[in-house]
Design a protein. Structure first.
Ligand SMILES: [Fe+2]
Ligand SMILES: [Fe+2]
Length: 133
């Protein structure tokens, strides 16, 4: 996603992010082998990192007033994912469904509150900018 791009792109990214998290839940519940679970987890971490940074870029670009509290939640989510990455893989205990569900819950909560607030703000901002420019 590029700065100034369609705010719907943010929603499309949420779809992918949630899809990866759902895949993690499915893998955990099906007792998928560790390599596969680890691979999905790695993808979710890489994708979330990219998505959060691009969201933060748009927040700065548009002068979003709640930048600080929003970024705190991004950092918190990334820390949770990093902890899980460290706790599993390489012969450590297998990733469990409750762990995957906790991540899904956090992410859904974030998207419904902080992200919703930001995308509403950003849509308005983009509209106003277009009207002026
Ligand atoms: Fe987001
Ligand atoms: Fe966000």
């Amino acid at each position: 996603m590029n700065p100034g791009s369609d705010p719907n792109d943010v929603d499309a990214e949420h779809h992918i992010q949630l899809g990866l998290t759902q895949a993690l839940c499915d893998a955990a519940s099906a007792g998928a082998d560790e390599a596969l679970t680890q691979e999905i987890l790695d993808q979710l971490v890489a994708y979330s990192d990219m998505h959060f940074l691009s969201e933060q870029l748009l927040m700065r670009l548009s002068g979003y007033p709640d930048y600080g509290s929003h970024v705190l939640e991004h950092d918190d989510l990334m820390e949770r994912l990093a902890t899980i990455q460290q706790q599993h893989g390489g012969g450590k205990p297998t990733f469990t469904l409750p762990e995957a569900q906790a991540i899904l819950e956090l992410l859904v909560g974030h998207i419904r509150t902080q992200d919703r607030r930001f995308t509403d703000y950003y849509r308005d901002w983009a509209r106003r900018s277009a009207a002026v420019g």
